[in-house]
Design a protein around this ligand. Structure first.
Ligand code: TEU
Ligand code: CA
Length: 544
């Protein structure tokens, strides 16, 4: 077993985790203050999204200095204390390396703008007449992916915001600079890294228009991406750390290569195919009821495919870019508790390393904002305007934002039922939903059947059962798209995980094979072997 197969990782979005200096924005001292809670929860690592110097156009994913803490979040001393205090509690700190692009405020880009050829080659500048971008590629935040610089009479590539300029990984000086960033934080005692959209770093030799799509097929899992990753890991000696790559629009074959230990690239990968089953025609901003048949097929393909080829998945529902899963696939009203627990078990029982995004463990929901002034995310604000230009009404655009905006996951952590949820004493940077009165850590700590206690149980089960951390996985054909079921097996035991992913009651005779097995865990207070109740989850177990 590798050193992370029985581990659970907790993702912290510092800006929304805990504010200790009364500016309404979370900070590193807030994370330090909550380390005992994270120990109580039982997680092994904490992944912090970027808190480096940044103009915050993309909430820190526009890095202007990889080696310094933005004063918004605190000081380098705070960061060193956080790493040390976490270590004392047996919690490893993982940092988020945004290596596909820097902020245009980064000194490297500023030198490039001044015409310094050495630094212009740190980025992707191309000649093309003004008014005619080098290619028709689209930014993932809307609009064309190129920006013209009149003083240089050249365009630079930005796959994301115009203030996030893509780095030129073909340049060995760029690769060396980024290795030095890894070395710096490794020296500080961090125990792992998340690599932001790392499968986009290798661009094609020739840039050409994409007449079939938005250009992603040319730069996703690009020609040298595996070579660059091998070099980065080899030259910084991080192969024994926990490393995870965020792989945008990737493939199973590539993720097997990214995460198979023999390849000496990364420990594991995030892929997002399971989080597009409610994208109409694959488009994020077109709503559709979740396609549960597709969801099951994607999980089966990826779980079994990675297992057969020695790959390793990061398993998750939530992060700072995704809406809250209990609002998206569950029911954040009637069956809030049952559906949140079922969804949690569905991924925590899978083969891979589970990630818990802050607030997921207490069943935090989307805030259901009803006006554009409440939204802050650059992607959401851009697409709100695009949707209006496309002829959608304000109400229609707001309905889509309510379901899809990244702000859904960025509302402040709900610590207690007080006015600002115990997150801050000031006006929070992003509005907190009223349901924090009952959805909060303090109240759920006291309830034996809370979502929080269920997550603590799931984390504990992963440590106690090798069938979960190391076992095989085999998905079971069921006669309903609403039921996802899979076996996990080790030498000691065999488990059957059954998830009813909708409301309503569903006939379920169970499997002949499991009729005399125990029930290890269920999300209902009363265990049942009969028909499946709304969002009911059961884990059957046979001990060998
Ligand atoms: O996300 C990249 C990514 O794939 C998502 O941003 C997705 O493209 C977007 O939400 C549209 O659906 C990473 C970070 O997680 C994200 O927060 C950053 O904005 C982005 O990269 C750029 O650094
Ligand atoms: Ca603060």
């Amino acid at each position: 077993m590798n050193h992370f197969q029985d581990k659970v990782i907790y993702q912290i979005y510092p800006k929304s985790f805990m504010d200790t200096n009364g500016d309404g924005i979370g900070d590193l001292r807030g994370v330090i203050q909550k380390l005992d809670y994270l120990k109580y929860l039982g997680v092994d690592y904490i992944w912090l999204t970027p808190f480096f110097v940044s103009p915050q156009n993309d909430n820190g994913y526009d890095v202007a200095d990889y080696l310094a803490v933005d004063p918004l979040f605190g000081t380098m001393e705070d960061c060193e204390e956080l790493i040390d205090q976490a270590d004392k509690r047996g919690i490893g700190v993982m940092l988020d390396m945004v290596f596909n692009h820097t902020s245009t405020s980064h000194q490297w880009f500023q030198k490039a703008l001044s015409g310094d050829p050495q630094y212009m080659d740190y980025y992707i500048f191309r000649d093309s007449p003004q008014g005619q971008p080098p290619t028709n590629w689209e930014s993932k935040f809307g609009g064309n992916a190129w920006e013209y610089v009149p003083s240089l009479k050249k365009w630079y590539l930005h796959l994301f915001d115009v203030t996030q300029a893509d780095l030129n990984w073909e340049n060995p000086n760029v690769r060396e600079e980024l290795k030095n960033v890894i070395r710096f934080w490794k020296e500080k005692g961090v125990k792992g890294f998340r690599f932001d959209v790392v499968n986009l770093i290798s661009k094609p030799e020739v840039f050409e228009d994409d007449h079939q799509g938005d250009g992603r097929r040319f730069y996703t899992d690009g020609p040298h991406v595996h070579e660059y990753l091998k070099e980065l890991v080899r030259d910084t000696g991080i192969d024994q750390m926990v490393t995870v790559g965020e792989m945008s629009s990737t493939t199973l074959d590539n993720c097997i290569r990214y995460s198979n230990p023999e390849e000496k690239e990364l420990s594991m990968c995030f892929n997002f195919h399971h989080l597009k089953v409610d994208y109409k025609d694959g488009k994020k901003w077109e709503l559709m009821e979740p396609d549960l048949a597709a969801l099951k097929k994607i999980f089966a393909t990826w779980q079994e495919g990675m297992a057969e080829n020695n790959g390793w998945n990061a398993v998750f529902w939530c992060n700072h870019d995704q809406p809250r899963i209990v609002s998206r696939l569950g029911d954040d009203k009637t069956y809030w508790k049952e559906s949140a627990k079922m969804l949690a078990a569905a991924v925590h029982m899978m083969r891979g390393t589970p990630y818990i995004y802050q607030g997921e463990e207490i069943g935090m929901t989307n805030p259901h904002y009803d006006r554009i002034s409440l939204y802050k995310d650059v992607e959401s604000l851009n697409y709100y305007e695009i949707m209006l230009e496309q002829g959608k009404t304000k109400q229609q655009a707001l309905e889509i934002l309510e379901a899809r905006s990244r702000d859904n996951s960025r509302t402040p952590m709900q610590w207690d039922g007080s006015d600002f949820a115990g997150f801050t004493q000031a006006e929070p940077w992003l509005s907190i939903p009223d349901n924090h009165r009952y959805i909060n850590v303090e109240s759920e700590k006291e309830q034996g059947d809370s979502i929080l206690q269920f997550y603590r149980k799931l984390i504990q089960l992963r440590k106690e059962h090798t069938a979960i951390s190391q076992g095989t996985i085999e998905f079971v054909e069921t006669d309903s798209d609403e039921i996802m079921a899979y076996f996990r097996e080790s030498k000691e035991e065999k488990l059957l995980v059954v998830c009813h992913m909708k409301d309503g009651c569903l006939p379920w005779e169970g499997l002949e094979e499991t009729k005399d097995w125990d029930i290890l865990l269920t999300n209902y207070s009363q265990e049942s072997r009969g028909n499946l109740r709304p969002y009911e989850m059961r884990i059957y177990r046979k001990k060998y």
